[in-house]
Design a protein around this ligand. Structure first.
Ligand SMILES: CC(C)(COP(=O)(O)OP(=O)(O)OC[C@H]1O[C@@H](n2cnc3c(N)ncnc32)[C@H](O)[C@@H]1OP(=O)(O)O)[C@@H](O)C(=O)NCCC(=O)NCCS
Length: 280
């Protein structure tokens, strides 16, 4: 098996491979979005995207690691080995190649699935594992407070998003913001007391950062208010540092469940922050 840089023509095979290796089922829409995200990251970070295949390209893609660098933060976005090829050192070699792309980055971040082999790899690569919670359910609309100071954002707000990201997690999402707005809405709160933003997709809040908890709670309420009445929402990757979010979720009638892990290297969980699953 050889480890080689991923190419655009690998995107379909990599999507199918990860759909096999990850436990959750993917709908057609989710599959398309997954391919678009992989193609986007291959465009922004070709040096961070690696696949494993038979030497000479004879066989199908057997494994993948997709990573990105944002300022001095290294992020692992996807990582999987075909179930038929696991336990033979391929995952270790792929992670080594992806981690190599982060050489010179001070810090690292990833959201893990609850897969014991993956957790073993991350801990052995020096990551600290933080258990996470998830909020799910249908928002109790009678609990929604009147929230002012939150408005819809556009690309003109990307500088604001960058400055909040730098302050809260030490690195921007600049190359990813336009891509993310292709399937989600940006909410912005810019007050004298603090600033923040949230990315809201049809299925839930996919990222939120603010300079203080009060602004973060306003944004989360505004995001929950945008959910379609009767349809379920999802807020993931919440370590116990995000009690501001847990409290809003409980007040909105959502339930708390165990999610998985946030894995960090040389940093503490950013807060108030809802990490993005694919972009850290
Ligand atoms: C996590 C995952 C990518 C790991 O890939 P893998 O190829 O199974 O991992 P490896 O084979 O490299 O590692 C397993 C062990 O086998 C060892 N190993 C077995 N044969 C080996 C060989 N020929 N050469 C080197 N190491 C070998 C590894 O050293 C490692 O042992 P260690 O943990 O004591 O260091 C894979 O299990 C997977 O796809 N899981 C499901 C999807 C998932 O959860 N992905 C993570 C999403 S966040």
């Amino acid at each position: 098996m050889r480890i080689r840089p991923m190419r655009p023509e690998d995107v379909d095979a990599v999507e199918r491979l990860t759909a096999l290796a990850y436990p959750a089922d993917r709908t057609g829409d989710h599959r398309r979005r997954w391919r678009e995200q992989a193609a986007h990251l291959l465009g922004t970070d070709p040096g961070g995207c690696w696949v494993a295949d038979e030497a000479g390209g004879a066989g199908p893609v057997a494994g993948v690691a997709i990573s990105l660098r944002r300022d001095l933060l290294w992020i692992l976005s996807s990582y999987a080995v075909h179930p038929g090829h696991q336990g033979r050192g391929i995952g270790t070699a792929l992670l080594q190649a992806a981690v190599g792309y982060g050489a010179g980055c001070l810090r690292g971040m990833l959201t893990s699935l609850p897969d014991h082999q993956a957790l073993r790899r991350y801990r052995r690569a020096g990551f600290t594992l933080y258990p996470t919670m998830r909020l799910t359910g249908v928002v109790d609309r009678s609990a929604l407070p009147a929230v002012d100071g939150v408005r819809l954002g556009t690309a003109a707000d990307f500088d604001l998003v960058d400055s909040v990201d730098r302050r809260v997690r030490g690195a921007t999402h600049r190359p990813d913001n336009a891509h993310v707005l292709g399937y989600s809405t940006l909410l912005v709160c810019d007050l004298l007391t603090g600033t923040g933003y949230a990315c809201v997709a049809p299925w839930g809040v996919t990222r939120l950062a603010a300079t203080n908890r009060a602004v973060a709670q306003r944004l989360l309420w505004a995001a929950l208010a945008r959910s379609a009445p009767g349809s379920a929402v999802d807020v993931r990757n919440l370590t116990s540092d995000q009690e501001w979010a847990i409290d809003v979720g409980l007040a909105a009638g959502l339930r708390i469940d165990q999610d998985s892990y946030l894995a960090l290297r040389h940093m503490r969980p950013p807060a108030p922050y809802v990490p993005s699953t694919g972009f850290g």
